[in-house]
Design a protein around this ligand. Sequence first.
Ligand code: FMN
Length: 268
Amino acid sequence: MQLLDAIRRRKTTNGAFLPDPVSEEHQRLLMEVAGRAPSQLNSQPWRFVIVDDAETIGTIASTSGESMTEAMSNGTFFERYKPYFRFSAAEMERRRDGMLFDKLPAPLRPFTGQVFTPRGQALMNAMRVPHMLGEENRKLVAGSPLLLGVMLDRAEYRPGELSSFYSVFSMGAAMENVWLTTLEVGMGIQFVSFPMEVPGNWARIEEVLQVPDDLELMAVYRLGYLPPDQRRPAIDWSSHQRKLPSQYVFRGTCATPQSGWDEPLCAE
Ligand SMILES: Cc1cc2nc3c(=O)[nH]c(=O)nc-3n(C[C@H](O)[C@H](O)[C@H](O)COP(=O)(O)O)c2cc1C
């Protein structure tokens, strides 16, 4: 696959993966490309834990599902992320960022305008939406053949110091290499981040993965091979829109947005 194709086609997988185990060859390839990423002074602050045993994946899946139910039923998730939620294609076209919830069960559609209100929250809880989503999330994670834990070496990652920015930047570069390479081998990838949203739940993941004191668990991903027909979850979003260059690029100084570049370089 051409690099530019991979960059333009890279996306997050919201749906289920095939149950097929990820081959050792592909696991090794993903770790090789991660290790090729740039890092400050070539410090390579990243560490990875590969999880392919069903029991550990199941334990993490339960924590993820519970965390989603908790964060969605107590309102913190909607409160924290409402600036990114879009419910109409027109709004998405106007903003060109965030998540467009373009797949919703019919009973929920009339209430999209109220999602962020106490009444909307009470309605969703009464309709057990957080539980349904939590259980769907648990199944998605439990059905993934591979989880990848990403950690940073605390000797490099020192919050509040410049090194923490450098380390997180390097980790991001390593994960982008992994993300792009999943396309090359017919795989998909998604963050498993709901345990981060509920106090104490991330520590449960760290315990299951036996993360030592000198490492900080920064993220967990689920990975697997993509099914030919990717069925979308009951509640789903799309987020392939991007801002136009005139909205994020400046010329010379930040006083001058870049003009004349808003037509796509190549047909999307
Ligand atoms: C730091 C970070 C955290 C993210 N957390 C989640 C997440 O919790 N769940 C999820 O499905 N995607 C998550 N994503 C993926 C973004 O939602 C996604 O990259 C964005 O919507 C653009 O969509 P795309 O990856 O399909 O191009 C995260 C991405 C980043 C960089």
